[in-house]
Design a protein around this ligand. Structure first.
Ligand SMILES: [Zn+2]
Length: 107
């Protein structure tokens, strides 16, 4: 992801409306780009100050928590997807075994 795209997605990130695909790319870029992290901190500050949500909070901490939550969400979704893949594999294997068994039963 380019810095320009990252910046254009900051607003969506702050409002929790990024889809999974872009959220993942967003977080990857965030981890390796210091200037975008600073940009995000500024936008986050502006956004939260405008909504008056975080007056009593430590903003740096709140942002870190939001980032961690987003990462957890991606992790959980990827784990679930792996689980679903495994389930499909096992049921596929089972179906194949039954088919082979039937084959020998018939012939
Ligand atoms: Zn960047």
């Amino acid at each position: 992801m380019e810095c320009s795209e990252f910046v254009s997605l900051i607003n969506s990130f702050n409002h929790g409306t990024l889809d999974e695909y872009n959220l993942k790319r967003f977080l990857i870029h965030l981890d390796k780009c210091k200037s975008c992290r600073e940009e995000l901190e500024i936008m986050y500050l502006v956004d939260k100050t405008m909504t008056d949500e975080l007056k009593t909070y430590d903003l740096e901490k709140a942002l870190s928590a939001d980032i961690e939550n987003a990462k957890d969400m991606i992790y959980v979704r990827e784990r679930n997807r792996l689980y679903i893949d495994l389930t499909w594999m096992i049921s596929g294997f089972f179906a194949a075994s039954v088919a082979i068994y039937m084959f020998f039963l018939v012939f």
